[in-house]
Design a protein around this ligand. Structure first.
Ligand SMILES: [Fe+2]
Length: 304
């Protein structure tokens, strides 16, 4: 079955365009790979994905688009058909993309109104071997979304986009995989919006060294460091100047995509964080609010 196989990038509209640019390049540890007056793109240095963050100068802070990968143009076409059959609004039909990295893709609004892109054949970017203690991201690990109909959203990601359930936390947080990583997307109840984007670090040491860089630049951990139970990954959460949450993570569990069977973890403090020594908690994270511009296409770069 044609399905989504990876996360590519997240596009944001930001009021604090310059501050957000500085955050991703000088603080978070991504590499700028293109810029014009109103847009900027950044890649993770440890992986050949063309870019992982797209920033757009905007008059409000919002998520513009979440880009997912499919393996071939035929898969893109077949996913377009499935998404339309599921009743989703197609925002742009499959075509050669004019955004940086090109490729072939289409865009649609999720049942909640967030804009998604599915693409294949995007140009590869540069990649280098990161060294222990560099403390910069290897790649995007996962994204977490809120949905006002989270059970329905889980069904949509599985039945339409081909994800599989890897674990539940109680009946409110679902972890979904699209490859051998335990999760690439997780879904929580709440208003339609992004909760956070996590970036893989080479090791726990690299997560801590990254946290050190943020600390000396004046940004403290909002929650962490800790280690979740679902996926067994370490975590440290930080808030960008624009109010978006980014996470350093490491050691996310690898599973068999076809065979892994999900468990239901009983929510408890030492399940949310098996270390129990960090600062903060879910209560110190920004409160989710509905993403502005649901079911509206932002003015993305490279489009007429
Ligand atoms: Fe996370």
């Amino acid at each position: 079955m044609s399905r989504v196989t990876e996360i590519r990038y997240v596009g944001y509209g930001v009021k604090e365009f310059d501050a957000e640019k500085t955050y991703y390049s000088e603080v978070w540890g991504l590499e700028p790979v293109g810029e014009d007056q109103n847009n900027a793109w950044f890649k993770a240095q440890g992986h050949d994905e063309h870019h992982v963050v797209q920033l757009r100068r905007a008059d409000e802070n919002r998520v513009d688009v979440i880009a997912l990968a499919a393996d071939s143009r035929a898969d893109v076409d077949s996913l377009r058909a499935r998404v339309a059959d599921a009743g989703c609004q197609i925002a742009s039909e499959p075509a050669d993309l004019t955004s940086p990295g090109g490729g072939y893709g289409f865009r649609f609004f999720s049942p909640d109104g967030l804009l998604f892109e599915v693409s294949s054949d995007v140009a590869k970017g540069s990649k280098r071997e990161l060294a222990h203690w560099e403390g910069v991201p290897v790649k995007i690990s996962h994204i977490v979304l809120h949905s006002p109909n989270h059970q329905e959203a889980v069904k949509f990601f599985c039945d339409v986009l081909g994800f599989k359930v890897s674990d539940w936390l109680g009946d409110f947080m679902c972890f979904l995989r699209c490859n051998s990583a335990h999760h690439r997307i997780a879904i929580l109840p709440g208003p339609a919006c992004l909760n956070h984007v996590a970036y893989d670090m080479l090791s726990v040491d690299d997560m801590m060294r990254g946290a050190h860089r943020l600390k000396i630049k004046g940004i403290d951990i909002s929650w962490g460091p800790g280690r979740h139970t679902a996926g067994n990954n370490t975590f440290s959460y930080f808030v960008t100047p624009g109010g978006f949450v980014t996470e350093y993570t490491s050691e996310l569990e690898e599973v068999d995509f076809d065979m892994h069977e999900f468990k239901v973890h009983k929510p408890a403090p030492m399940v949310m964080d098996q270390w129990g020594i960090g600062v903060g908690g879910p209560q110190t994270m920004p409160h989710p609010h509905v993403n502005p511009g649901l079911f509206k296409t932002p003015e993305l770069a490279g489009e007429a």
